[in-house]
Design a protein. Structure first.
Length: 541
């Protein structure tokens, strides 16, 4: 009886009893037995490593491979496998598993270059894809195997029209930050396009996916790859799906060297490009200036101005200018350079806030205990720059005294309890007697109550006395009473006697609240003593 007519189980049992050399010879001469053993090859992690532990492999495979294959695991050495692979016909090698992957997919995924070389001797289709449309080359790129990638490209692996999870393969290759791999794929793509009479980044009737390759290189922070792409003429002003240019991404990543590389070759349209929120590259500076040098920021400002750009351009979402963002995120370096370049410090966002008010505003990120020193420096830069305009400008109502629904800059500083900023504003002439939309002075905003007028009036009207309902801030907040004292002294120096009552809000019939009643509510003894002294002195005079 010839071997091919034996039942499969009997064939496998005979094979399991043979020594390794005899089994190797049998595999090379009997294609029927080789076909029976092929399922083992779809788990190359069990068989391709020369020092693999057969017992461990059998335990691992117990729930993954058919039982008939397990009896041969202890005989399956790397030498035997390589000899077996050379005997397999192309039809067997190109058989696919449940995921649509061939032996070559598995070998590349396991980084086994020797097996890949043996399989590619069979004249396989190098552009074959699995069920997820992943080619052999995409597997090689994913495993960062430059040798296999180069061999596949030389054999004819398609680059331009191949993708990995909807990412063009060239972009996928540079996204890893591996320069040899990126260089290999870029060179291969260039050669393939030259054969069809095109250049690497030639325009096409439809969008060229390679045009966004620079975005992926910038995102990977790979300076060598970026230099290579720029030398090959990669477009620097294209937009990604969010409308970002490579320059915006470079600034966002905080890379000073890459930002300068792009500035060396970017045209005016790339400098002035806007994303979907109408943000320019300058809008990205505020978050990342700790990593960018002053010379780089100044260079970007100079190029923007020389290209006819507006360094105070508002974005769509909230009308914030680059100066608003640098003030909000406490970036003194960017703030100083923007002001020196002529940025508009009176520009208002969609809430009516100027950059100074945005910096002082209680709810800005810098007020949560982070970068407090930078916050103070940023505010001081804005105050100093604005106060240089002179008294006539101050009297006209600049944003040191800019009346909006929430009051002046001094109201904002008082509301946030920022003693240093309050002192700086008073020093440059901020009006301590100015009222906000409800008529409240900065001192009333500094007091730890929700609203120095309305809650008190409602309380008085309902209960006939001042109660606890108006209290809003935490009692004894650090620096709060000192801020109130500074404001009270400034008001006294301006001739305010504190004898006047706080007039009731229209629509309520409650009596006026006195300053002493208000101070008594917040239990500030030093402030109460000062106001009482002011009232007594005014009565004596």
């Amino acid at each position: 009886m010839s071997l091919p007519t034996l039942p499969n189980e009997l064939l496998l049992q005979i094979a399991s009893l043979l020594p390794t050399p005899s089994l190797s010879t049998l595999l090379q001469t009997n294609t029927h037995l080789a076909t029976l053993l092929t399922p083992l090859l779809y788990h190359p992690e069990l068989t391709l490593h020369p020092k693999s532990n057969p017992k461990a492999a059998i335990n691992w495979a117990a729930h993954r491979l058919p039982p008939r294959c397990l009896t041969l695991m202890h005989l399956w050495s790397s030498k035997t496998l390589l000899a077996y692979l050379r005997t397999l016909p192309l039809s067997t090698i190109e058989r696919v598993d449940s995921d649509g992957r061939t032996l070559l997919h598995h070998a590349i995924d396991q980084n086994n270059t020797k097996v890949v070389e043996i399989l590619m001797e069979k004249d396989m289709d190098v552009n074959r894809e699995d069920k997820l449309e992943r080619s052999y080359l995409s597997y090689a790129i994913r495993t960062l195997n430059v040798t296999v990638s180069q061999k596949l490209i030389e054999t004819g692996a398609e680059i331009e029209n191949s993708r990995y999870e909807d990412i063009p393969l060239a972009c996928f290759a540079v996204s890893y930050g591996n320069f040899p791999l990126a260089q290999c794929v870029i060179s291969g793509l260039q050669s393939q396009k030259e054969k069809s009479g095109e250049t690497l980044f030639s325009p096409q009737s439809k969008s060229n996916p390679s045009h966004n390759i620079l975005h992926y290189a910038v995102f990977a922070n790979n300076e060598s790859t970026i230099s290579l792409l720029l030398s090959l003429g990669a477009p620097t002003s294209t937009l990604d799906h969010k409308g970002h240019t490579p320059l915006m991404l470079a600034i966002q990543s905080g890379s000073d060297s890459i930002t300068n590389l792009l500035l060396d070759s970017i045209p005016a349209c790339g400098i002035l490009a806007k994303n979907k929120d109408s943000e320019t590259a300058l809008h990205f500076l505020s978050h990342h200036t700790p990593y960018l040098s002053a010379s780089t920021i100044q260079r970007l400002l100079d190029l923007t101005l020389s290209s006819g750009g507006n360094i105070s351009h508002p974005r769509l979402s909230d009308h914030s200018t680059p100066l608003h963002l640098s003030a909000t995120h406490s970036s003194p370096l960017t703030t100083q350079l923007l002001l020196s370049a002529g940025a508009n410090y009176l520009a208002a966002d969609n809430q009516g806030l100027t950059p100074l008010l945005s910096a002082i505003e209680t709810n800005t990120p810098a007020s949560h205990g982070q970068h407090l020193q930078n916050r103070v420096l940023t505010i001081n830069l804005l105050i100093t720059s604005m106060s240089r305009a002179g008294d006539t400008f101050l009297s006209r109502g600049d944003s040191l005294n800019l009346r909006i629904c929430q009051g002046t800059a001094l109201h904002f500083a008082a509301r946030s309890g920022n003693l240093r900023v309050v002192k700086d504003l008073i020093e440059v002439g901020a009006d301590v007697l100015a009222g906000d939309a409800a008529g409240r002075t900065a001192l009333e905003c500094a007091l730890p109550v929700c609203n120095s007028r309305m809650p008190l009036k409602i309380q008085i009207e309902r209960e006939g006395r001042i109660g606890e309902r108006g209290r809003g801030r935490e009692k004894g907040r650090e620096g709060c009473e000192e801020t109130c004292l500074v404001l009270a002294r400034a008001m006294w120096e301006r001739g305010f006697g504190f004898g006047e009552g706080l007039r009731g809000i229209k629509g309520y019939k409650a009596r006026e609240t006195t300053w002493l009643e208000l101070v008594g509510l917040v239990e500030m003894e030093r402030l109460g003593a000062f106001i009482r002294g002011c009232i007594d002195e005014k009565e004596r005079n």
